[in-house]
Write a protein that binds this ligand. Structure first.
Ligand code: NAP
Length: 457
């Protein structure tokens, strides 16, 4: 697919870029590998940390312009775009502040002599990233790998080339040497060739199951470390003693933020039967009040999906769900505007044999299920191919902790919607992938924890 920036609110083509040639990609790899072999990668961490400090400052300085790219290129509302830009700067700052401590050598207790672990870079890493959080997804890879000394070759999604270029420019302006972070307009085939190359030591992909499985298979075949951050069908559990005002407000935000296109968006609402009727009626009112429209209009609550293709896919998924017996409780229509707009939508009565039961809905469509008790909530939560994150709403924190321990996901948020922070590890289990980004865990994925032992004389 060519790299093309199209405004999803208007259909206007903003920019397009030719794919890099095989020779271009080979040159990028050579530069990155030479950097890995240099003192920059293996020398004192402070030189690399300084780049992250400058990166954080530059992102803050350019915040408005960076945010506008996201509004135009993928239809984020300005408030959503600004949140992402601020979070991107916060992640750069977090690793600038903490990476030296995380990567410090430490002694090991053994009777075999003086022993310790020291952390080393492993080589060039290939990153394949999605369009839904165009800067945040990149900095989750860039910041820890810069601190470690691993050069990164990054392939961004083909619909966000302007964000990809802006991010590369930020790193250059922050003083990153050539090869530390390289944006590639690469094809899937070129990614495959890179994974085969012995100079590449790891690959990380955030995106769909299909892309993840393909890239991980190539990594496995070539014995390369991989990290996968894939989809989710996250549950939002509302128990009978929950603060309903809070659960409804945060539930709507959790489903409709960025027009429902977050991997960790709440997608399956599991509601206790005692409060189900009230919840559903008020949840519908909340969805009905959402103003959908051009994200440049500050009065709107939800922008378009990222492309017309994404909108049509979600519309078809809803149709298939209803044909298979689900009830369309609210919404289910395209919005009468030229762009990729879709109504906030609620589906109920989804039986286990409905294809919707196991699918990820990557748009503003909430599924609501009713359960009789806590066991029912856990069983339904875990009856999923995915396991990214979950939320539990209840006034009884001990009850929430018992549920949290039994839910098969990479994280559980009690009385809040699933979110992110630089210090909190992010990732999933099952088909949501493996490995973690962010926090100290995120720094440990592509590093050689080298053990050295010195025999006592
Ligand atoms: P996608 O189609 O898998 O695209 C993601 C990236 O993979 C893009 O750069 C895409 O390039 C590339 N790609 C696709 N097939 C490939 C292949 N065979 N080899 C190499 N690269 C390939 O995903 P999407 O539909 O755009 O993104 C949404 C998905 O990402 C959802 O499932 C969402 O839940 C998931 N996601 C997960 C997380 C997380 O942290 N767990 C975060 C955000 C999104 P092109 O654009 O050129 O096709």
């Amino acid at each position: 697919m060519p790299y093309r920036s199209v405004n999803p609110s208007t259909g206007e083509v903003l920019a397009s870029y030719a794919d890099h040639s095989d020779d271009d990609i080979q040159s990028m790899l050579t530069v990155a590998h030479n950097l890995y072999k240099s003192a920059w990668s293996h020398g004192p961490i402070q030189a690399r940390i300084s780049i992250l400090e400058r990166l954080a400052r530059l992102i803050a300085d350019r915040a408005d312009a960076l945010a506008l790219i996201l509004v135009n290129e993928m239809g984020k509302r300005m408030v959503e775009a600004r949140w992402e830009v601020d979070m991107t700067a916060a992640i750069a700052r977090y690793y600038a502040d903490h990476a030296a401590q995380f990567l410090a050598s430490h002694p090991l207790k053994t009777d075999r002599g003086e022993a310790w672990i020291e952390y080393h870079p492993i080589g060039v890493i290939v990153a394949v990233e999605p369009w839904n959080f165009p800067y945040y997804q990149l900095v989750r890879i860039a910041a820890p790998n810069l601190a470690i000394g691993n050069p990164v070759l990054a392939k961004h999604a083909s619909i966000v080339p302007q964000a990809a270029i802006a991010f590369e420019e930020l790193l250059t302006a922050a003083g990153a040497p050539r090869g530390a972070w390289t944006n590639m307009f690469a094809t899937a085939k070129q990614i495959g060739s890179l994974i085969e190359d012995e100079r590449v030591q790891g690959v990380t992909l955030t995106g769909s199951e299909k892309a993840g499985s393909s890239v991980a298979a190539q990594a496995g075949k070539n014995i390369k470390k991989s990290v996968l951050e894939l989809g989710g069908a996250d549950v939002f559990i509302v128990l009978d003693d929950a603060d309903l005002d809070r659960a409804i407000e945060l539930g709507a935000q959790a489903r409709l933020n960025v027009a429902g296109q977050a991997c960790n968006a709440a997608k399956r609402f599991i509601v206790h039967q005692n409060i189900a009727e009230t919840f559903l009626s008020r949840f519908k009112d909340r969805f009905a009040a959402v103003k959908v429209g051009n994200p440049l209009d500050l009065a709107i609550d939800m922008g378009p999906l990222s492309s017309l293709a994404a909108r049509d896919e979600i519309a078809n998924q809803v149709k298939r769900a209803v044909t298979a017996g689900a009830t369309l409780h609210f919404g289910g229509n395209l919005v009468d505007l030229p762009g990729a707009f879709y109504q906030p939508t609620i589906l109920t009565d989804i039986s286990r044999d409905n294809p919707a039961y196991f699918e990820e809905f990557f748009g503003p469509v909430a599924q609501v299920y009713v359960v009789a008790d806590d066991d029912g909530a856990v069983d339904l939560a875990n009856d999923s191919h995915f396991g990214l994150s979950a939320s539990v709403f209840t006034a009884d924190v001990d009850r929430a902790k018992r549920l949290a321990a039994r839910i098969e996901t990479g994280s559980v948020w009690v009385n809040n919607r699933s979110s992110t922070a630089p210090e909190l590890p992010f990732g999933g289990v099952k088909k949501s992938g493996y490995g973690r980004e962010l926090g100290e865990f995120g720094l440990r994925e592509f590093v050689n924890p080298k053990m050295i032992v010195v025999e006592q004389a």
